[in-house]
Design a protein around this ligand. Structure first.
Ligand code: ZN
Length: 406
């Protein structure tokens, strides 16, 4: 099950990156193997560029596709400041190979001009040289002369980095996107960048490299009288987790929810009333999600991007009703069933591998009682703890091969 889910994670990951503010997005593609989402900005020249790029990607895909192919285009949108918008379109493509393509547009609404890296960074030549030098060092079959004609105009921002995307397929036929993270404080910018509310995950901060073993522990069905105890243990060992909360148990537990966020853990949505979901109507299902989203946002100011279906039951139909990423697990503590610390340890510890998502419930005392032993054992085996969103990001980075420039 995890393998399928893992593949799915990669595909849907980019939905996590959809930044707010744009008013509309559009979807094309009548074909069941094609999902294309892109922003509609109502800026004519920008919308034209986006749609002609999308059309090109779609037509190229159609030329090479068969029944097992797919095309999935998603995007990030960011108001960099009052005047400048930045949009990156990511196409996940499977034809005879599976690969990604990224295209960015940076547009100044005030001057009506598309911006290149030169308009953003003061000493663009030095940056260009550094990036290409890093690329040559990393991929020895490339040479600087060849790279000289290659522009670096696909990029996006977060609060800490400028990320430059290089579509490697153009360079050497290797179908990969290389991502260069350039810390903003290491370059001189020619524009202002407004702070965003995006959740940004810094490997450096967590001291994590892509070679590390990572695990995400998750707690369903809370908050409850045991949740603070769980948080105490997490805090003691300086690890984070993801709490999939039930709306009607969350609304009177604002303190606990705020503590979860404050201490570096993540909150996901686990429906409002913990019903079985498969037989719900579209309206009922959307209500289960919406009510809990509102409660979490009101109490914490954060908006979950993850959904854990109750009883692990989900269908494609339900997934289509929401932009939230469905998250299951590959290691089940069965805490509610076995009601014993020894059995929980046995269910969990031998089964964790790097990338695992472990299921616990914070409305049972048994998980709380076994948590300390589990953390100690996993730490001793070299595991680093991530929230589920971080784990998804980690998987995506590993898949796409990021080069982090420090
Ligand atoms: Zn549950």
């Amino acid at each position: 099950m995890f393998k399928t889910l893992f593949k799915w994670f990669i595909l849907v990951f980019f939905f996590l990156l959809i930044f707010g503010c744009h008013k509309k997005s559009a979807n094309i593609g009548e074909d069941k193997n094609v999902s294309i989402n892109y922003p509609v900005t109502n800026i004519g020249v920008l919308d034209d560029k986006i749609s002609s790029y999308i059309n090109k990607v779609y037509l190229d895909f159609k030329k090479n596709s068969d029944s097992s192919s797919y095309l999935d285009v998603s995007y990030t949108y960011r108001d960099v400041n009052e005047d400048i918008v930045n949009i990156s379109l990511t196409a996940a493509i499977k034809t005879n190979k599976t690969f990604y393509k990224i295209k960015s547009f940076t547009y100044n609404k005030k001057t009506n001009v598309f911006l290149t890296l030169e308009d953003i960074v003061k000493d663009v030549e030095a940056l260009d040289y550094d990036v290409k030098k890093a690329l040559v060092k990393y991929y020895r079959d490339l040479d600087m002369d060849y790279l000289n004609n290659f522009n670096l105009d696909n990029f996006k921002f977060n609060d800490d980095n400028l990320t430059i995307f290089i579509n490697f397929s153009k360079l050497s036929g290797k179908n990969k996107v290389i991502n260069f993270d350039i810390p903003l404080n290491s370059i001189q910018l020619l524009i202002d960048i407004d702070k965003s509310d995006d959740i940004y995950f810094s490997f450096k901060e967590k001291n994590i490299s892509l070679d590390d073993k990572v695990v995400a522990i998750t707690f369903d069905d809370g908050p409850s009288k045991y949740t603070n105890g769980v948080l105490d243990v997490l805090k003691k060992y300086n690890v984070c987790a993801t709490f999939f909360v039930v709306g009607d148990r969350a609304y009177h537990n604002g303190e606990i929810l705020r503590r979860i966020i404050k201490e570096g853990s993540e909150i996901g949505n686990h429906s409002y009333s913990h019903k079985k979901l498969n037989n719900l109507s579209e309206e009922e299902f959307k209500n289960e999600i919406r009510k809990t989203q509102i409660i979490i946002k009101d109490l914490t100011g954060t908006v979950p991007t993850l959904f854990r279906p109750t009883y692990g039951g989900y269908t494609k139909r339900l997934m289509d009703y929401t932009d939230l990423t469905f998250v299951l697990w590959d290691v089940d503590s069965k805490d509610w069933l076995v009601k014993s610390k020894e059995k929980i340890l046995k269910n969990v510890l031998p089964n964790v591998k790097s990338g695992s998502i472990v299921l616990f419930h914070d409305n049972h005392v048994y998980s709380l009682n076994s948590l300390e032993d589990i953390i100690i054992d996993l730490k001793n085996r070299g595991y680093k703890f991530l929230t589920v969103s971080e784990l998804l990001k980690f998987i995506e980075l590993k898949e796409n091969e990021w080069v982090i420039m420090i």
